[in-house]
Design a protein around this ligand. Structure first.
Ligand code: FES
Length: 652
């Protein structure tokens, strides 16, 4: 007679196995993704499965009752002590009796896909760098002079087929006690290594360690540092938090920090200390939010721009302040958290994504990992807007990248009424085409300024200024209402028909809000503000246009706006301004914090590290500063939307 047929869902993998084969054994032989920490000893419960069809060894029987399987008693004991969810079995205990269909629930899959918010985004497949293993180690023997570590490693290799392992000193220091306390049964955390360092044991516990190991994905920005704490087994984000980058006190933007380092003998050291201190404060905050010990954080992935990269590592950023913008290294780095002064697990590792070029950092590499333009059939333009715009253009054929100095105008800096995005800041603007009068929304309320209840809704903050996305909308709205012309000049009240235009010295301004009667501010858009926005958007557009030249195309299929700013910007207004190339509006999407997502991918899937390193090697870097056409594009792009390019889709 033939052996029973075993089918696993959702993988669909199948095979025939003799009666009495444990489900875990069948899964392993078929290459089905079924987790196990204890190696089938019935104590870790990570191997849970849901039998969906067929006959298995029974649940509530003792060894004596069931000749088919001695395992059931073990499972019964587990159920008595811990309880198994209804309909679940331990895969290492339930044995196959007849043809069966077995479902592997998501939480029992090591390589489970982590759900992402947006449908179009690539999935995160888990393959964490650090895993837990439970082993039984041979006791020492007078006749076998091997050390405890050697016998532990031998047991790990035998049970788990692990490669050659090293052990951290801290492991050696606790090894002997743990082995004896656990009666030669121990759990170990093994960092399986990545492209830059070899597999090693990082911690040992007596008996079965039932806790969780955590990892951190950190987006180290010049303004804010954001961290996501992830459960390395489930891939879930258990806590997220952000702080202001404490380096701000040395300079708002990157170049002023570079020059602070140049002007002050200890400047670089101070900035490194500040960012690391901030980082530790952030980690403490996240760990307490998740109610875990920061010492359980064993792995971290960092993404950052090149200047932050150097200043965090304690490398002088001087060379990045001048042509040819040489990085100390553009390769990925895998370092000990302790050598960076970070207070995580004593053997925790920090992986830093590779930089693309002196101006295009590991944050852009993370965006490339998250948005994967190199896997796209459509020609994708990915723009991460900050003080510098990082621009990636590509499809399956090739990927190009550059950065463009947009300056801080898009963050509300250098704008007369500009401010950072915060409650009270104007973020949306609409100008009536007939009356030419404005209305707006501020962060913190959904009401428009002409709606009833607006004043009460914003009573807490008042109207305080205009944030980056607000300034883009107001300039675009002014252009559409004919208040500002294509070269960027604001007209007089007479010329424009808007009572809110007034002459302000030699140029004209537009009044957006007058709160002076209540002791509030007067918020206007001056012609100098328009100039700042023209320069910033021209820099962004000409970077994108230059990449299109190099690619040999005059249009793109899709535009992805990454970053916090990208998440708030209105695609229509950005296109009216000529910030981004002409494209169908429904093909302009926001990727949210793509750099943070890229960091999370590299944290949860160790193979993604090799993937991004390869991708970065293949990206063609374009240096805008030495491209003569950049200047030409910049001049044309200073007009709103552009002096020469027609924007046919926008105008249709
Ligand atoms: Fe640990 Fe089944 S593998 S309980």
């Amino acid at each position: 007679s033939t052996d029973p047929l075993v089918i696993f869902t959702p993988s669909g993998k199948r095979g025939r196995f003799p009666v009495g084969t444990p489900v875990l054994t069948a899964a392993r032989q078929l290459g089905v993704d079924l987790d196990s920490v204890c190696g089938g000893r019935g104590i870790c419960s990570k191997c849970q499965i849901t039998p969906s069809y067929g006959e298995f060894s029974k649940h509530n029987v003792t060894v004596a009752d069931d000749a088919l399987s001695e395992w059931n008693s073990v499972e019964q004991r587990y159920d008595d002590i811990r309880g198994l969810k209804k309909g679940r079995r331990l895969g290492c205990q339930a044995t196959v009796q007849k043809d069966v269909v077995i479902d592997v629930p998501a939480e029992s899959q090591v390589h489970k896909q982590v759900v992402r918010k947006r449908a179009e985004a690539r999935e995160i497949v888990k393959n964490p760098s650090t895993r837990l293993y439970y082993v039984e180690v041979a006791e020492p023997d007078m006749h076998d002079p091997s050390g405890d570590l050697e016998r532990l490693i031998a047991a790990l290799r035998k049970d788990w087929d692990l490669p050659a392992l090293e052990a951290d000193l801290s492991v050696l220091q606790t090894l002997q006690t743990a082995l004896r306390k656990g009666a030669w049964k121990v759990s170990v955390a093994v960092h399986l290594g990545d492209t830059t360092f070899s597999p090693r044991i990082i911690q040992i516990w007596p008996g079965l360690y039932e806790g969780t190991l955590y990892g951190l994905a950190v987006d180290l920005g010049s303004t804010t540092i954001a961290g996501h704490l992830c459960d390395l087994r489930t891939g879930e984000v258990v806590a997220s938090s952000g702080i202001m980058n404490p380096q701000i006190r040395f300079g708002e933007d990157l170049m002023s920090r570079v020059s602070y380092g140049m002007m002050n003998a200890s400047g670089s050291t101070e900035m490194t200390a500040a960012v690391r201190e901030g980082m530790n404060a952030l980690f403490t905050q996240i760990a307490s939010e998740a109610q875990i010990d920061p010492a359980l954080i064993v792995d971290a992935v960092f993404v950052c721009n090149p200047v932050m990269h150097h200043l965090f590592l304690g490398i002088d950023a001087y060379e990045l302040g001048q042509a040819p913008f040489a990085l100390a290294t553009s390769d990925s780095l895998s370092l000990r958290a302790s050598e960076l002064g970070l207070q995580l697990h004593s053997a925790a590792r920090v992986y830093i994504l590779p930089c693309i070029a002196g101006h295009v950092g590991a944050d852009a590499a993370a965006v490339a990992l998250s948005e994967a333009p190199g896997k796209s059939d459509d020609l994708m333009l990915v723009v991460d807007v900050g003080t510098n715009a990082e621009i990636i253009l590509g499809n399956r054929e090739k990927v190009l990248a550059c950065s463009s100095p947009t300056g801080p105008a898009f963050e509300g800096a250098q704008i007369s009424s500009g401010q950072r995005a915060a409650p009270g800041a104007i973020e949306h603007v609409a100008i009536d085409p007939v009356t030419k009068l404005p209305k707006f929304q501020v962060i913190g309320s959904d009401l428009w300024s002409d709606e009833e209840g607006f004043d009460a809704a914003i009573a807490q903050t008042g109207v305080t200024g205009i944030c980056g996305s607000g300034i883009i909308e107001v300039v675009a709205e002014m252009r559409m209402a004919g208040i500002v012309d294509a070269p960027g000049l604001i007209g007089t009240a007479e010329q424009t028909g808007s009572p809110n235009c007034f002459t302000d010295g030699r140029t004209n301004s537009y009044l957006l809000y007058d709160g002076t009667a209540d002791g509030g501010p007067k918020i206007t858009v001056t012609n100098t503000d328009i100039r700042q926005i023209q320069m910033a958007k021209a820099a962004l557009y000409s970077g994108a246009r230059l990449l299109m030249d190099k690619f040999g195309v005059d249009h793109v299929d899709r535009v992805v706006l990454a970053g916090a700013f990208g998440a708030h910007i209105s695609p229509k207004h950005a296109m009216v301004l000529g910030m981004i190339p002409d494209a169908p509006l429904d093909k302009v999407t926001s990727a949210g914090n793509a750099a943070g997502t890229g960091a999370r991918i590299a944290l949860l899937n160790v193979d993604a590290r090799a993937e991004i390193e390869e991708t970065v090697r293949q990206i063609h870097k374009i240096e805008t500063a030495i491209e003569p056409r950049f200047q030409e594009h910049f001049v044309n792009a200073s007009a709103i939307p552009n002096a020469v390019e027609p924007f046919p889709i926008l105008n249709s």
